[in-house]
Design a protein around this ligand. Structure first.
Ligand code: DLL
Length: 434
């Protein structure tokens, strides 16, 4: 099922005509209203009228998270405050949060994109959506909420946390779609189990998960534990929130980017050079329909690949690979580049291991150390110590073999690693403390 059948299945030529028209209007708008962009364009020797084709976009400079911080809180807004009806902010685990705003029309656009996303993931009018993304400054909760209402589904605005109550609600209200971070979805499954509620037998059919990287193995795990089809949704506050791209339930191979609203590029994160389709690099987005917070060539730090091949679902929108990591959560351990998601993939190969893990990076003398704490499932828990030690060594060997980095692996009891109600905290880096 396709929500916006016309826009999601446009022939390339028609889509590009819309993109160019919207891009030019966006550039005019930011040039006229945002001093930052006026300066950026002037420094690059470009004016909006120089951009005559989609290719010309590459002549404009990138926008970075630092630029948003420098203009904290409202300096990048391209609409007067009188017209801004909503403000969100990204969590800002490092430094200042970035603040974004929406006009009434932006909220309508976003709701439509979320309605498209939910439908792509299998939801429709008549479904009951258990929305466990956090409500608040984070875009997940309200983004899904407005999309669900637009779609005509019933939404339970349960937000994150209060996990036991969530299980009771699931059991009693019979929701058919779960929206949450993938790590919280697994936590919910675990909590249900503890309360003797068989979550597999509830009415859930689909789950639409995102806001953090998750591997194919984690998808398999979620699908088995909840007895649902799990679909990936991607987005970021700076671009709009959730609803930038989503997998279709038909293929579940790559996420369709809503290109009538966002122009994607893949660049080499070192040189900034635009890479051809099929090559892996950093995702860059330009929003082309937003009023309050348009963004030009935003460097997401997310790593992915673009695939223009047609899809069985009928959408003509380009697909991006599941985000495999970020250029900036990349850990460099004794000179070796490591993404937490790569370690996750190694862990998920091991029978009896739970998908809850944490990486602790530290420094001993001048040398980096990596400890991988990972929970064992109940089945292994009762095993003898010697067997567990053997398993720790085997996992450590696999990490060395696949990633070239030495790690101490520590198996811990079930439920020792702190659960998050939003994005899981996968890395604790103590190196700066020294
Ligand atoms: O996480 C928006 C969102 C909410 C997306 C709910 C999906 C579902 P931010 O808090 O601004 O916005 O964080 C954006 O999260 O740059 C990625 O690094 C990461 N991220 C988001 N979705 C995915 C995903 C929301 N499906 C940052 N896979 C992005 C991997 C994701 N990473």
């Amino acid at each position: 099922m396709i929500y916006d059948i016309e826009y999601e299945t446009l022939p390339r030529e028609a889509l590009e005509a819309i993109q160019l028209r919207r891009l030019r209007a966006t550039l005019e708008r930011v040039h006229a209203t945002v001093p930052f962009y006026r300066k950026q364009f002037a420094a690059a020797g470009a004016t909006p009228s120089d951009i005559r084709s989609l290719r010309d976009l590459t002549e404009l400079p990138f926008t970075t998270k630092q630029d948003l911080r420098d203009n904290y809180p409202f300096g990048m807004f391209a609409a007067p405050m009188d017209n801004v009806v909503r403000i969100h902010a990204s969590s800002g685990t490092t430094g200042q949060p970035t603040v974004v705003g929406y006009t009434a029309r932006d909220i309508d656009t976003w709701s439509t994109l979320m309605a498209r996303s939910l439908m792509a993931g299998g939801a429709n009018r008549g479904d009951i959506i258990h929305n466990a993304y956090g409500y608040g400054l984070f875009t997940g909760g309200l983004g899904v909420h407005y999309g669900a209402e637009k779609l005509g589904a019933s939404v339970i605005p349960v937000s994150g946390g209060n996990t036991k109550r969530q299980i009771v609600i699931m059991r009693d209200f019979g929701p058919t779609v779960l929206t949450a971070t993938p790590s919280y979805a697994l936590h919910l499954a675990e909590a249900a189990d503890e309360m003797d509620v068989d979550i597999r037998k509830l009415r859930f059919k689909f789950g639409i998960f995102g806001a953090e990287p998750w591997s194919e193995r984690m998808r398999t795990e979620i699908e088995a534990k909840l007895n649902i089809t799990a679909v990936d949704i991607y987005g970021l506050s700076e671009v709009i929130g959730p609803g930038v791209a989503v997998e279709c339930r038909e293929a579940r191979r790559g996420l369709h980017i809503f290109e009538d609203h966002f122009i994607p590029e893949i660049i080499d994160p070192e040189t900034g050079e635009v890479l051809p389709h099929g090559e892996t690099g950093e995702l860059v987005f330009t929003s082309i329909s937003k009023e309050a917070f348009p963004i030009v060539r935003y460097r997401t730090r997310d790593i992915s690949t673009l695939h223009p091949e047609p899809c069985i679902c009928g959408r003509t929108l380009i697909r991006m690979d599941k985000v495999s990591g970020r250029t900036d959560d990349m850990l460099i351990i004794r000179g070796v580049n490591v993404f937490p998601s790569q370690i996750e993939s190694v862990l998920m190969e091991v029978e009896g291991i739970a998908p809850h893990y944490q990486l602790v990076v530290d420094r001993e003398g001048n040398l980096d150390t990596l400890a991988v704490m990972v929970e064992i499932g109940d089945a292994l828990f009762s095993d003898e110590v010697r067997r567990l030690q053997r398993l720790e060594r085997a996992i450590s060997r696999n990490i060395k073999e696949y990633l070239g980095v030495t790690a101490t692996v520590k198996l811990v009891e079930p439920k020792v690693i702190a659960r998050s109600q939003g994005k899981a905290i996968r890395v604790i880096d103590n190196r700066e403390k020294h």
